[in-house]
Each structure stands twice: as structure tokens, then as C-alpha cells.
Design a binder for this molecule. Structure first.
Ligand SMILES: CC(C)(C)[C@H](NC(=O)Nc1cc(F)cc(F)c1)C(=O)N(CC(=O)NO)CC1CCCC1
Ligand SMILES: [Zn+2]
Length: 184
């Protein structure tokens, strides 16, 4: 399983490359990668386990963050009462449509690969439709909004070599259009 030492940090080239498409059927290596990335998220969201292994509780993890330039990301988004809002391994994901309306996390964003806090609104689409393949190679199309949509945009950014702070307005980090949704 991955520990924080296995997470590639900002400055590593792999985080700024476009990740390569994944071919099917998945190789054993790719199956293990998918499993290990999701395992990180599950374990990191468990109070005891994340204490024991000193893990930052993660909602998403993209393959470049574990040094693999492959178009694959695991997402595990919990709801208010710890129900699961969205749990999936996204393979070759693409955003095929997004709302005109913007959204941003009111608290700003962080990243498992970025150790410093960078304040500011990361302005994204409030609603998106993503197309991806699951581990079985089945083509899926899913509409997402609010927090799950933010997480998937953050992870798909990683597959294009984009980090959250690239989106923050340098002059006015907390500027955002009045019609945008602030997500608490
Ligand atoms: C960087 C970190 C602060 C750890 C961030 N977690 C987070 O925002 N909150 C969180 C974590 C949980 F496990 C359960 C929960 F309900 C809330 C995160 O995982 N990521 C994932 C990442 O870095 N992927 O590459 C950053 C998030 C910022 C916006 C979307 C993903
Ligand atoms: Zn990240």
C-alpha cells in the first residue's frame, strides 16, 4: 500500500506531463495500480488507519501522483454522514461537457502532492459530464455536480499536468464571478 513517502511532490516532472492513455485489457501492473490507488483513499479516510500510517485523508489520487504517467485516477468522495457519494477508478477519463455556471470550494483546494497551503478560489465548472472506462473496460458516462464534480476536475487536471493553483487568479486570488456556487 502507498504511504505519504510514495506520493510524488510538486516539482517532479511527472506531475507536469500529459499522462499516457491506458490500454485494455488491463495489464496486471495496471490492475494493481488501480487497486493500490483506491486502497490509499479507503485507508486514508479511516480515522484509525490514517493515524497509524500517517496518511493525509484523500478523496482522490491520480496515477502521476504515484509516479506513473498513466491516464488513471481513483476517486472516493464521502457525503455528510459518511455515505459514499462517488467511488470509481476513472480510466482514460474526459470531461465531455461542463456547465456555464462555475463553482469553487469555499475553503480553496489543497493537493496530496503540494505540501504548502496556497489560498484562493480554484474556479471550476459546477456540473460536468465525464466519459471514462472502468477496470473492466466498460465505457461509462456520468453527470456530476458540486463536490464530486470538483474532485473529478481536480483529478483529471492531474492527468493533463495541471495543478490546482494554476487556476488561482494571481492578482485577486479570491475573485470569483457572482453567479458561481461556493461549496462549503
Ligand atoms: C489534499 C487534501 C486536503 C488531502 C484533499 N482532501 C480534502 O480536500 N478533503 C477531504 C479528504 C477526505 F479524505 C475526506 C473528505 F471528506 C475531505 C485531497 O484529498 N485532495 C485530493 C488530491 O490531492 N488529489 O490529487 C485534494 C482535493 C481538493 C479538491 C478536490 C480534491
Ligand atoms: Zn491533487
Amino acid at each position: 500500500m502507498y504511504l505519504m513517502k510514495d506520493i510524488t511532490r510538486d516539482g517532479a516532472k511527472v506531475l507536469r506531463e500529459r499522462a499516457k492513455p491506458v490500454t485494455f485489457p488491463l495489464s496486471d501492473e495496471d490492475k494493481k495500480l488501480a487497486h493500490d490507488m483506491m486502497a490509499y483513499l479507503v485507508i486514508s479516510q479511516d480515522e484509525e488507519q490514517n493515524e497509524k500510517y500517517h496518511l493525509r485523508p484523500g478523496v482522490g489520487l491520480a496515477a502521476p501522483q504515484v509516479g506513473q504517467s498513466k491516464a488513471m485516477a481513483a476517486v472516493l468522495v464521502p457525503g455528510e454522514n459518511n455515505e459514499i457519494l462517488f467511488k470509481e477508478v476513472l480510466i482514460n477519463p474526459r470531461i465531455i461537457s461542463n456547465s456555464v455556471q462555475h463553482a469553487a470550494l469555499a475553503e480553496g483546494e489543497g493537493c496530496l502532492s503540494v505540501d504548502k497551503d496556497i489560498p484562493g478560489y480554484v474556479v471550476r465548472a459546477d456540473r460536468i459530464t465525464i466519459a471514462y472506462q472502468n477496470e473492466a473496460g466498460e465505457h461509462k458516462k456520468v453527470r456530476l455536480k458540486n463536490y464530486p464534480a470538483i474532485v473529478c476536475q481536480h483529478e483529471i487536471d492531474h492527468l493533463n499536468g495541471v495543478l490546482f493553483y494554476d487556476h488561482i487568479n494571481k492578482e485577486h486570488p479570491f475573485s470569483i464571478d457572482p453567479n458561481a456556487v461556493l461549496i462549503h
